[in-house]
Design a protein around this ligand. Sequence first.
Ligand SMILES: [Zn+2]
Length: 554
Amino acid sequence: MKKKVFLCNEASFLTSGYGIHGKELLTRMHNSGKYEVAELGCYAAADDPRIQEIPWKFYPNLPRKDNAKGFADYRANPLNQYGLWRFNKCVAHFQPHIVFDVRDYWMYSYQETSPFRKYFNWVIMPTVDSSPQQTEWLYTFCNADLVVPYTKWAQYVLKSACGDKINMFEQPALAGINPNEYYPFGDKEDHKERVFGKRNLLITGLVLRNQRRKLIADMLLAYKKYLNGLLISGQNDLYERSYLYLHTTYPEESGWNLPSLLLEFGMMDKTYFTYSCKKCQNIISSKFQNSVVRCPKCNDLACSFPNPSNSITTDKLNEIYNLFDFYVQYAICEGFGFPQIEAASCGIPFASVNYSAMTEICENLGGIKIPVKRMFREMETNADRAYPDIDGTAKILYDYFTKLTPESFKAQSEQVRSKCIKEYTWDKVYEIWDKCFDSIDITTKKPWNSSEQDTTGNEAVPKNLSRYEFIKYVCDVIINEPNLFYSAHVQNLLKDFHSGLVAKNGTITGYGQKEVIEILELHLSSKVANRDLRLNPLLLEEKEDYITCQKPKE
Ligand SMILES: [Zn+2]
């Protein structure tokens, strides 16, 4: 029997990081013939024509465009965008042996308490970007059937925190590139001349979202210090040829104020950005002009910074990497940091901050480690984050560019690409996941058609129980889900119940048995509501358009 595997993720036809990750894995799983695959695709609408091209079972997470009532329901809970509102119905319909998820914690944590947990193996790959991990998250990781470490660093952090309580796959799954999508151009200087109108420019590139975690202000300052170093040492020719290139987004609601920083550091004339035309998909590399500029190709006022809703294709991104002579990953932490391996695959030598997964990628690919000036504890995440040494960064750039020759570039470029192809390809990533799915014994879970009762019908709770005993009794006997007690959700509930006061929604309020019962009742009613779906999944086909919107394959 083929293993039935279900992925909840951003739709595999989207060009987001998660979308690409899903597409690369699902395509290989489907093509292997070993698996029956299904996908719950976030940000995909039921009437999106791309759904018909997908060769495996696809459930869209967005309603049809004209379904106003559907959109109102969708927006009622912010977790619905991650699949919450459709997850149970889709797994009840597909009835998988394995459900897996590779996204951020808050995007899949709702799956931990699905009433169907005993019918599927729940496999997650947490994006561990720093240490320590939040206590709540650790409960969830220990409660998963299998945790696949993203990197060796993630494996180390999780093992140190959870010990034997976590069931972890022995090999990190990593992430990858396709070497034929990210590759070095033979005519690099011609390419630069086409884009910048000049040859021999020396470009330091960064590919990054404009967000708090990415150190755009510090990078501008480090680059300014590098330029000053060139002027002071009389290297005017290098100074003239040196430019920073930020492939980023602007404006962003909670992002860096680019024009203000460029003015402050005197970097307006020394920094390039990517603009992408919404109308004709033309890409231009330009100094900062505004958030919207006129397209030189179609003459429409339609060029803006690329962002998730105006994203650029892989081949255009490959062209942008090929403008760079050096790549820098500059962030307070990374769970992986894809651009490092994309740049490496394009043969671009790179430097990354010496913390978290960035250290590991540097070590594997021969990248330069940017020294950390100081670690700090971030309040929102209670995790350690790193601030790189700005002077150290300027020195790395100075040493690199003052020694650079066409021959040394060629040698470094070949080396970084060949190491990248050895360590980080999607074929290798799939091999690990394939081994991981092979290792799962699907007979340990209850069959989906089991006639066993889901609930016991018990409703009375004995008197005089302690708070701990009360919640445990409700999980074990009333809801009949012993594992629910160990979930992050119920462990948090127990913590709040014990402490008696909770700070949320702007006030500090009392927390008692009434609140606890209300929350636990939601678990019970979700279980009762979903019970019939498991035994009669075909009922869903009559009621829900997203179950059947994909036409059957011949
Ligand atoms: Zn255009």
